[in-house]
Design a protein around this ligand. Structure first.
Ligand code: NAD
Ligand code: MG
Length: 387
């Protein structure tokens, strides 16, 4: 088998590290040639991964850390690079595939460049589609690559999506664990802190996405992500709370059939699927034991206790730049919550007022429109946090 050239954007994060693990499981250097790994300020960890896995280039997004990265790589023969130009360089290498696993809107530009350059995109960085869905789908089509989702729900949908039966497609049903506050009242949620909010019952993930899971903003982003990725109408995107996180999502067809993908909650399954696509890889992940599981539960989502879900519907109905505005405002509120500057429920309140105040922005022509809407949403959200 020929090796595939792969770059990992966000190699030092939760998804990035799992990707390196999956690459080892799939044959390491016999199967993959690592063109580039990128990270942020933690250049020691980045350099170690670059050396251990034989990357050609290592990029820190933080320009002030360039010298430190260069030192950490000295004698290794690995090229150091930094900043947005470094990320661009990595995006334009001869990549067969890019794992897009940067967190937040920082991942938009390099991922878009990689898509335009024709690489297949394994997409974890959901903000790409939430903020700039149409631009990304166009870039993928123009570049000629394939976008394979890594978000577990979207990977599940992708796996059971019968593209040649699109006319018979009725709905996509995204499952949600409900997070650590699934059974909490609004009053109880008003006073929760970061430590309780980050403790996800089923998945081990980065800090921000864990808190987004508690507020269900993560599910809100995933609804918008699914709409763009699978070219759905807003009303075709459903959410069902499924506390065990065993069914990762489902697709409903016109004959009443519902196809589901199931597995242990382990991101390496979705990552492995994306890396080996269109083949199914052999992975050493836990196998489901149905006798032990005994039951799978389902509940309707509660948009009163979890207003983020309602906001996703608003954003999908309004279209244009509302996804970008929702995400930008939410990011500022989330950071404020993490720093103790705003309450848990205030995150949705702030996001909603910013969305309402920027509901008339026209659709984006290019990435600069996305960054402008994102910046304005952040500016307004920051004002509300201070107030
Ligand atoms: P993480 O915080 O663990 O890692 C983020 C990575 O991005 C790190 O390598 C970090 O160095 C890099 N990074 C951070 N800020 C940056 C910046 N300003 N510029 C460039 N790089 C920067 O996050 P994660 O949990 O691995 O999530 C990555 C993405 O995947 C997110 O979009 C998340 O929503 C999505 N995702 C994650 C999971 C999961 O299980 N962790 C599941 C589904 C989707
Ligand atoms: Mg997910």
């Amino acid at each position: 088998m020929s090796t595939r050239r792969i770059a990992i954007f966000g190699a030092t994060g939760s998804i990035g590290l799992n990707t390196l693990d999956v690459i080892e499981q799939l044959g390491g250097r016999d199967s993959f040639e690592l063109t580039a790994v990128t990270g942020n300020a933690n250049v020691e960890a980045l350099a170690k991964k670059a050396i251990d896995h034989g990357a050609r280039m290592a990029v820190t997004a933080d320009e002030t850390r360039y010298k430190a990265l260069k030192e950490a790589l000295s004698g290794s023969g690995i090229t150091p690079a930094a900043g947005t130009s470094g990320l661009s360089e990595a995006a334009r290498m001869d990549n067969d595939m890019v794992m897009a696993a940067i967190v937040g809107t920082a991942g938009l530009k390099p991922t878009l460049e990689a898509a335009k350059a024709g690489a297949d995109i394994a997409l974890a960085n959901k903000e790409c589609l939430v903020s700039a869905g149409p631009l990304f789908m166009e870039a993928i089509a123009a570049g000629g690559g394939t976008m394979v989702p890594v978000d577990s729900e979207h990977s599940a949908v992708f796996q059971v999506f019968e593209e040649n039966q699109r006319r018979a497609l009725e709905r996509v049903i995204i499952t949600a664990s409900g997070g650590p506050f699934r059974t909490k009242s609004l009053e109880e949620m008003r006073h929760v802190d970061v430590a309780t909010a980050r403790a996800h019952p089923n998945w081990s993930m980065g800090l921000k996405i864990s808190i987004d899971s508690a507020s269900m903003f993560n599910k809100a982003l995933e609804m918008i992500e699914a709409m763009h990725l699978f070219a759905l109408k807003p009303e075709q995107v459903e959410v069902i709370v499924h506390p065990q996180s065993i069914i990762h999502s489902m697709v409903g067809y016109a004959d009443g059939s519902v196809l589901a993908q199931l597995g242990a909650p382990d991101m390496r399954t979705a990552i492995g699927y994306a890396l080996a696509y269109p083949n199914r890889p052999a992975l050493s992940v836990e196998r489901l034991d149905f006798a032990k599981l005994a039951r799978l539960d389902f509940e309707a989502p509660d948009e009163t206790r979890f207003p983020a879900l309602r906001l996703a519907r608003v954003a999908m109905a309004r279209g244009g730049l509302q996804g970008s505005v929702l995400n930008g405002a939410k990011e500022v509120a989330l950071e404020a919550f993490i720093d103790g500057r705003c309450g848990f429920l205030e995150m949705a309140e702030i996001t909603e007022s910013v969305m309402d105040s920027l509901s008339h922005l026209p659709a984006a022509i290019d990435i600069d429109d996305i960054y402008a809407a994102d910046a304005e949403a952040r500016r307004r959200a920051a004002g509300l946090v201070r107030a």
